[in-house]
Design a protein around this ligand. Structure first.
Ligand SMILES: [Zn+2]
Length: 170
């Protein structure tokens, strides 16, 4: 029988995220009463990648349906699903660097458990797919870090873009 490499299940992945929030320095740490809310907000934002919703609002609608609620509880262990405004308010004070280590820890876990071996190609290299995407776009809301697109009709679209890298196999 073929040996199957271990797989990282969603609940374990969530644990990496939750534990990186515990590593916040004391002055950035949410108080006891907001700790679980902040964790739930991180997980709720993270869960969007698993539903393939077209937009955050679409995702929110899905999460509020019975099926969505079941998933939130069983798959992501979210106790109370926060709405998009709550997610923004809870996560704005948390620097993005807080969860950077989660990536490293997940990578090391996958490496240690032999999962990455399944992705080796050619000279034992990992093939990475890169794609550019926009994760924020608005004609009204903007900040000092926005990119902007000036349209012929005089309007401006403000946006934030990023390059995403992923490994995968079919
Ligand atoms: Zn901006």
């Amino acid at each position: 029988m073929a040996h199957l490499a271990a797989t990282l299940e969603i609940p374990e992945l969530i644990q990496f995220l939750r534990s990186s929030l515990n590593d916040l320095p004391d002055e950035r740490k949410p108080g006891n009463n907001t700790k679980y809310q902040v964790e739930d907000a991180v997980i709720a934002a993270f869960s969007i990648f698993f539903t393939q919703s077209e937009s955050f609002l679409d995702h929110q609608r899905l999460m509020k349906s019975n099926k969505g609620k079941d998933n939130a509880e069983s798959l992501f262990s979210i106790e109370k699903i926060p709405c998009d405004n709550q997610i923004r308010n809870l996560l704005d004070p948390v620097p993005a660097t807080t969860i950077f280590m989660a990536f490293q820890e997940v990578y090391e876990w996958l490496n240690k458990n032999g999962v990455l071996k399944r992705f080796l190609y050619l000279d034992e290299e990992i093939l990475i797919a890169l794609d550019g995407t926009e994760y924020f776009s608005s004609k009204k809301i903007n900040c000092s870090h926005c990119n902007c697109r000036n349209h012929r009709n005089g309007t401006t679209t403000y946006f934030h873009g990023c390059v995403t890298a992923y490994i995968g196999f079919s």
